[in-house]
Design a protein around this ligand. Structure first.
Ligand SMILES: *Cc1c(COP(=O)(O)O)cnc(C)c1O
Length: 491
């Protein structure tokens, strides 16, 4: 049962606030500025605290339970990151301050760029983009600018595998280029024949996610990259799945020309309602001058006796600014804190444990769920939420039932090339007991699908709200909270 809403708890004359004594002379407000019709609730401080803390607990969160949302890397967000981001020198700095007073902030940005260069095998980094999709847009605009600069504007075709995230074709279209979809082969790799057939003088590039959204390492990645390069194209890496590669494989070494990092996935900055994202892009030599800017740089100090000076510079052929000021600086600090608290050997351990955890789950679940591309997986895998003999049960029913077992559902219906897809990513931060509990819950649900399918169809049963009409909830959002308005909206 839902607790009463804050407006129902209101008691006239019960104040929850106290204004400090004024330190300026009192004056009357002008006539038309006083409103009597706001009907603000009147509650004590304690009632307000309980109301909002209760609301905060109605949602599932990484701090309250396992969150195996595939492709999203819902790993633990260490609280030391938050401490770092709240240091007054970072939290209270203003982007319009003179750079001489921002040296610490600029040094963090510069060092983070350096770390991402090292992790990705790149020559340059821009921290400007605000999300993965925004990094994609920046990267494809760089590829477009590169071809135009070389007098080849006819190169306007971007190849996108059919397993790609929807942001890949959307980015291409927004950049004014043409999308051509590439099929996957029977092992879940890019179909090389199809790729070869598209290699012509209109090829601008290929967007490749590696490991791909099936959680599989592209087995002939070097051949794919060579084919694109030999035909004058560039390779864009969708780095959302970098968690599988940290410290093991560097995309720049594989020949990727540009790649975005999702700081909110791989580098533990909060997401899913927890904060803004950040999608820095890394590039090889040939694209360094095109990076969105400004980027943090080490400047010549006025004398050799002085420490290095940090500033912001615009790359010479930059595609321009893609974000106001310094990008999402608070996220840069958190990601930097995360990287520094793990160090270089720690990066590799992250990837190794992420891959181990995913393979452990896969081994525990492949008896109960169909796994269409059943190879050694990387940091995630895709199973099917459908069962022989019970056609009415869909992936969504499995996911909703999982909520009754206290787990956040996996990603549903993505990638599009798997029927009733359940994309499961445990991340490195989960313990073996948690993984075991998840396997047990998934197995129990697979049994229920046969023995008591109505249990799945009606799920979730134990949440504050039951199954919602997700289409209506998105299309007819009701944001009022006074009982009378709610009643009217429900009509
Ligand atoms: C998350 C994701 C993106 C988009 O990143 P955002 O930060 O959500 O914009 C792109 N590709 C893949 C494979 C992803 O998982």
């Amino acid at each position: 049962m839902l607790e009463p809403l804050i407006y129902e708890l209101s008691t006239p004359g019960r104040p929850g606030h106290r204004f400090p004594d004024p330190d300026v002379p009192l004056a009357d407000l002008p006539e038309g500025m006083i409103r009597q019709d706001l009907m603000l609730p009147e509650l004590s401080e304690l009632e307000v605290v309980r109301h909002f803390v209760r609301l905060s607990q109605l949602n599932h969160a990484i701090d309250t339970g396992f969150y195996p949302l595939g492709s999203c890397s819902m790993k633990y967000n260490p609280k030391v990151n938050e401490d770092a981001a709240r240091l007054p020198g970072f939290a209270h700095s203003h982007p319009l301050q003179d750079p001489s007073t921002q040296q610490g902030s600029l040094a963090v940005m510069y060092s983070l760029q350096d770390w991402l260069k090292e992790v990705g095998g790149f020559a340059g980094i821009s921290l400007q983009p605000a999300a993965g999709a925004h990094g994609e847009l920046s990267g494809i605009l760089m590829i477009r600018a590169y071809h135009r600069d070389r007098g080849q504007p006819q190169r306007n075709k971007i190849l996108v595998p059919d397993s790609a995230h929807g942001t890949n074709p959307a980015t291409t279209t927004m950049s004014g280029l043409r999308v051509v979809e590439l099929p996957s082969d029977a092992r879940g790799n890019v179909d090389l024949e199809a790729l070869r057939a598209e290699c012509d003088e209109t090829l601008a590039g290929l967007m490749l996610t590696n490991p791909n959204t099936l959680g599989l390492f592209e087995e002939r990645v070097q051949e794919v990259v060579r084919l694109v390069h030999d035909n004058g194209g560039l390779v864009y890496g969708d780095g959302a799945n970098m968690n599988a590669l940290l410290g093991v494989v560097r995309p720049g070494d594989l020949g990727f020309d540009v790649l975005h990092f999702n700081l909110h996935k791989t580098f533990s900055t909060p997401h899913g309602g927890g904060g803004p994202g950040a999608g820095p892009v890394g590039v090889r030599d040939l694209l360094v001058d095109y990076l969105p800017g400004p980027v943090a740089a080490e400047l010549e100090p006025e004398s050799e006796a002085l420490p290095p000076l940090y500033g912001l510079v615009m790359p010479t052929k930059s595609i321009g600014r893609v974000k106001a000021f310094h990008g999402h600086f608070g996220m840069h600090v958190r990601a930097y804190a995360f990287i520094r608290s793990h160090g270089k050997p720690g990066m590799r351990a992250i990837a190794e444990h992420a891959v181990l955890n995913a393979n452990y789950l896969l081994a525990g679940l492949r008896q109960s769920y169909r796994v269409p591309f059943d190879r050694r997986c990387m940091h995630e895998f895709v199973a099917e939420g459908r069962f022989e003999g019970v056609p009415e049960i869909h992936a969504l029913d499995v996911s909703k039932r999982l909520m009754d077992y206290g787990f956040h559902p996996p990603t549903n219906y993505f990638p599009l090339i798997v029927r009733e897809a359940l994309m499961i990513e445990p991340t490195e931060t989960e313990s073996k007991p948690t993984l075991d509990a998840f396997i047990e819950a998934m197995k129990a649900i697979a049994e229920e699908a046969h023995s008591e399918p109505e249990l799945l169809k009606g799920a979730p049963h134990g949440t504050p709200f039951g199954r919602l009409d997700e289409v209506q909830a998105a299309k007819q959002l009701v944001l009022c909270c006074r009982p009378a308005e709610l009643e009217r909206a429900a009509l």
